[in-house]
Design a protein around this ligand. Sequence first.
Ligand SMILES: Cc1cc2nc3c(=O)[nH]c(=O)nc-3n(C[C@H](O)[C@H](O)[C@H](O)COP(=O)(O)OP(=O)(O)OC[C@H]3O[C@@H](n4cnc5c(N)ncnc54)[C@H](O)[C@@H]3O)c2cc1C
Length: 573
Amino acid sequence: MPPDWDVEADVVVVGFGAAGACAALAAAAAGCSVLVLDRFGGGGATALSGGVVYAGGGTPQQRAAGVTDTPEAMFGYLSTEVGDAVPAGTLREFCDGSVAMLAWLEGHGVPFEGSLCPDKTSYPTNRHYLYYSGSELSAAAAPGAAAAAPGAAADAPGTGAAPPAPRGHRTRGRGTSGGLLYARLAAAVRGTGARVLTQTAAERLVTGPGGRVTGVACRSLRGAPGWARLAHRVLHRWSVKPYLYVPKAGRLLHRPVAWLERRYARALRVGAARGVVLAAGGFAANRPMMRSHAPTARGGLPLATPGDDGSGIRLGTEAGAATAYLDRVSVWRFLSPPPALLGGVLVDRAGQRICDESRYGAAIGDAIIRHGGQAWLLIDQTTRTEARRQVRGSTLWFQRLQAWYLLSLGAVRASTVAGAAARAGVDPDGLAATVAAYNAAGPQTPDPAGKPAAARQAQDQPPYYLIDCSVRPRLFYPAPVLTLGGLVVAPESGRVLRADGSPVDGLYAAGRSAAGLCSRSYVSGLSLADCVFSGRRAGRSAAAAQALLPRVRFIPWRAWPVPRAPGRCRGRR
Ligand SMILES: Cc1cc2nc3c(=O)[nH]c(=O)nc-3n(C[C@H](O)[C@H](O)[C@H](O)COP(=O)(O)OP(=O)(O)OC[C@H]3O[C@@H](n4cnc5c(N)ncnc54)[C@H](O)[C@@H]3O)c2cc1C
């Protein structure tokens, strides 16, 4: 072991969210010593998430709910969403292995259940754990749905051939159940004997001869005074939820956390005999990166933790890696729950229809962004009454606030369609013509936007309401934004690649630090599913790489680094 490594393991994983945990599990299962580093306590966006994993092809939960699905049907639908973000062979491998992947998660203690949600919703209530989490129903109803077309636009009708099946497997647990998913994976990682070094941020990759990545230069609070570590842990935890809902307040609360790091963290050099896996999340919390790569998402709410500062991607690019899809961000605009709102007509400022309103929220968000970020949903009195009736039974608390807002403060009302348009600043003639055409189409006529017949509802009972669905900052109806792009990786191994296609030796990436299955278009569950898929792949490949040195045994805990110069952390650097 080179004398300047403070600690070394076969495989070093940067970031302890879903991708990092799955990489660690895979590497440990291959018999390697594993060290996981996390800037905070672990969990990242995964622990805040809804815990929905996109899976299908005939999972036990689908079968229990009486749903028929096959890997081919799953592949057919996902081809329309994933496009060319990954090669068709990779998507095929993902679909063929989906049942086994879910079983693997269950084997590590993550529970799922086959209780099918009857409504199209953004997130099911605590009574249901299986639902249509994408645009499966719309894709099947789209006119000319004949052949899956890789590379097709996410909301382009006519590209889905697969029979629809619900594939959103929500982790069984009350509320947003990503916390449970992470807790079970983290416990499994610790159960393998892998070590987790929290409050340790990776700052730079260390490279050896030929540019091979041999380790990670970190800044760690290990060795800092106990009160500083405690304050860092507690203050970070307190800032995470405000960061999600009111980013300004979250950033303010997080300032002392960053100060503690600057003041008390010390250098720690971590050697990786076989490889380093970057699994440090995305970049939604990095405002300069967002401004430069995703200016259209301005006004959206970063769906992120302070850890999503793009450092995983930066570490890779500094080592020579290429990036892809950094401009692809998922902007969520959910109209349901309550499901009755899906019967409305979504239009732009000119009063022209934007897309099939029953599509998944990210596809609707995408369409709104392409129409300049402004959109309004027209509903009539019948739809509004039905929606109000549904609110209680179809929502969790955060969805209830949103539904209440949409049905009250977020809408203008008038006795005619043109009158509502005039009040909202939408072209009255354009909207009147659009609504007339929508209402005139009989149930047998295919909807030009591809909306399934079951979701179509004539809007002809005054008064009329126009709900503002534009993408701009609003407390009760924010537009969450998730980054989808990252480092370019080899599809068969997760090795990080340069622009010329050659691999950066010793470096792997997974989850939102890497480009992957969901990088072109996101549907609920596809990011976590990709974290599991790409995390396991990276962990397996790193474990199989040739070790730099004779096999390294993990250094016992008591021999772990202590401050090199006791008391140094107290002085100014
Ligand atoms: C509210 C919410 C709901 C969501 N719901 C869903 C859902 O239901 N289904 C779905 O598929 N997706 C969902 N998503 C998106 C999904 O949660 C994330 O895309 C996914 O969890 C990313 O996982 P990851 O492992 O790549 O990163 P993370 O889970 O964010 O983990 C990255 C970790 O790396 C650490 N880190 C960062 N930088 C460094 C560094 N320099 N050194 C050391 N450590 C570092 C961070 O502290 C963090 O712990 C949701 C997201 C949010 C915020």
